[in-house]
Design a protein around this ligand. Structure first.
Ligand code: RUB
Length: 357
């Protein structure tokens, strides 16, 4: 417990905006469904509760749900007194929660691989691995932020979609907002256009909330305004996160991303994704093999339980879309900015951890 306690207290000293942490024997998460109107904290004592919080998007964002994999297995290990079967069962349950984002699956498998030979020290081994994964992820945010900030020029307006920020990662700025935050901290005069991101409104509710918290000037757009703004020369760069990147550089991100990338190509606006080497899935040759999660269409026919369409209207909610590599100007990672041809450049950031079925 000491290692975990020390890590959480060091994260607190760094004034991170943590999406998830461990305290008094329980996992704690900020309820992202309630933001920006309330900063409500849930205490989680059962692995089933964590799985359902991921499924119903109380906690979300590929980096944050990746860390849920580590925290969840640690909780399962502690509660079962280090029972291996319980830990493996928890891993299977967590991996089934969200099919598109790869970090959760990879994190679970990384820990399960690490404990293959563990004996009575199983809890301690999971604790060590959890600390390693969380500290690594935070370091990545700073590193990829620094690489990406070099692409942002003084005076740029940067468009982002969905929420790829502190609460979607380890608390500094996640991926896209780490790039934006670093550029801002370097003293660059930048402005951010955040798209609202229907239907769950991550951009309006959470990205705008974090930008305000960090003091970064921003303007909210509805998703259908980006093409017009680009045509008027109002946007110089696009930076989004990624839930999964295929070996050829195609990426899955929140639905709507593809549409911004197409408009960006038409208007010569560079389109970047900020991600980590762990979000690149080398087992998938192209984006066509990425499973796109479909969510409950009632989220489209209503907002905050208020119907916005005639009763019985048929709606569709693919939660992600695939942006093909030819629309991507660069893939920002903790090891640098990867450029086309991606099948070659992404090999330079290949990690050993993979996903098992
Ligand atoms: C989140 C989403 C974010 C990505 C990328 O989807 O699409 O844009 O997670 O951000 P959801 P990051 O809200 O459905 O989880 O790479 O920082 O995770």
């Amino acid at each position: 417990m000491k290692q975990i306690d020390e890590m959480v207290s060091s994260f607190r000293d760094q004034e991170l905006f943590l999406p998830i942490w461990f305290e008094n024997g329980n996992i704690h998460i900020i309820d992202q469904k309630k933001l920006p109107f309330a900063e409500e904290i849930h205490s989680i004592s059962e692995i089933e509760e964590l799985a359902s919080a991921i499924k119903n998007m109380t906690i979300r964002g590929s980096g944050a749900i990746g860390t849920c994999g580590a925290w969840g297995l640690y909780l399962a290990a502690l509660q079962s007194g280090g029972d291996r079967e319980t830990v493996f069962h928890a891993g299977t349950m967590l991996k089934m929660t969200r099919p598109t984002a790869v970090n959760l699956m990879k994190t679970v498998d990384e820990i399960l691989d690490a404990i293959q030979g563990a004996g009575p020290d199983l809890i301690q081994q999971i604790e060590m691995k959890t600390v390693e994964i969380l500290e690594r992820q935070l370091a990545f945010e700073h590193q990829l932020g620094a690489h990406g900030a070099q692409l942002i020029e003084d005076g740029d307006a940067v468009l982002t979609h969905c929420h790829s920020g502190a609460l979607a990662g380890s608390g500094y700025g996640g991926r896209a907002l780490s790039v934006i935050r670093k550029a801002y901290e370097q003293g660059k005069d930048i402005h951010v256009y955040t798209c609202e991101t229907r239907p769950y409104l991550q951009g309006a509710r959470i990205t705008a909330y974090e930008l305000k918290k960090f003091g970064i000037p921003h303007t909210l757009l509805t998703d259908n305004m980006s093409g017009h703004c680009m045509s008027q020369g109002m946007i110089q760069k696009i930076v989004v996160g990624s839930d999964r990147v295929a070996a050829n550089g195609d990426l899955a991100n929140k639905v709507g991303t593809y549409m911004h990338a197409l408009a960006a190509k038409a208007h010569n606006v560079p389109f970047y994704t900020a991600t980590s080497s762990h979000t690149i899935d080398h087992s998938i040759p192209s984006g066509q093999e990425i499973e796109v999660e479909f969510r409950d269409a009632s989220e489209v026919t209503s907002i905050y339980n208020q119907p916005i369409a005639p009763e019985g209207t048929h709606a569709l909610y693919p939660s992600f879309d695939i942006t093909p590599n030819e629309l991507i100007s660069g893939i920002i990672t903790e090891k640098g900015v990867m450029k086309a041809p991606y099948p070659t450049s992404l090999q330079n950031v290949r990690t050993t951890n993979t996903i098992r079925a």
